[in-house]
Design a protein around this ligand. Structure first.
Ligand SMILES: [Zn+2]
Length: 223
């Protein structure tokens, strides 16, 4: 059991480093000016990909950028939407990468969308099932097993998210390069910013896996 606590400690440390580095990089690349706003980047990328039914809108907050497939909107945080810099362009193009995935029925995105209802149901109950399962592991081990299956669905979801995110970034970078929106140096910055964002998803997936293993170990060691 000792080993798993060491893994948890390491993951917490790495997760802290990764999120601090992400914030630092976005701050840095937000200061590198570019000719067009995030909104304009998004609209042009959608247009170039033959997508005409997706709206680009502004949402409150920081790092709240996302693509919503249910109402076909690219949601950009206020800073990304209205400002002209490399970080904003990278984020805007990344979110449009998701819109392109949706329009072309990219298989990992389709699979991820199918898991959404399962994961949202399980995330509502999983902590309670696991807690009760651990308390009753001696008399009713099936409950903990049920919790493990539910948690495994969230873990799978976190791993399916990885190719979806990495692919959205590579679509974004390929398009930014093709259109010459980013110069050679700026392109390196955009790539670095998106790579840094991808690491947070990798850490989240590994953290879910370690937590899953922890519950499996409790289940296996019951006696
Ligand atoms: Zn994304």
């Amino acid at each position: 059991m000792m080993g798993i606590y060491v893994i948890f400690g390491l993951i917490t440390l790495v997760s802290y480093i990764v999120s601090a580095s992400l914030k630092r990089k976005f701050k840095k690349y937000s200061k590198v000016p570019l000719g067009i706003t995030g909104k304009e980047v998004a609209e042009q990328m959608l247009h170039d990909n033959g997508i005409h039914d997706v709206k680009v809108v502004s949402v409150r907050g920081m790092l709240t950028d996302h693509y919503n497939p249910t109402n076909k909107t690219v949601n950009l945080s206020e800073g990304v939407y209205s400002q002209r810099n490399v970080a904003a362009a990278a984020v805007a193009a990344h979110e449009c990468g998701h819109a392109v995935q949706h329009a072309t029925a990219y298989s990992w995105l389709t699979m991820r969308s199918k898991l959404v209802p399962v994961v949202s149901f399980s995330s509502r109950w999983v902590q309670w099932v696991l807690l009760a399962g651990i308390m009753m592991v001696q008399i009713f081990p099936q409950l903990l097993l049920a919790g493990i299956v539910m948690f495994a669905a969230s873990t799978l979801f976190a791993f399916i998210t990885l190719p979806v995110e990495i692919n959205a970034s590579s679509r974004a970078l390929a398009w930014l390069e093709k259109t010459n929106i980013t110069s050679e140096t700026n392109h390196k910055y955009a790539k670095d910013a998106l790579k840094s964002a991808a690491y947070t998803y990798v850490v989240a997936a590994l953290s879910a896996l370690a937590t899953l293993m922890y519950y499996v170990m409790i289940y296996m060691r019951r006696s």
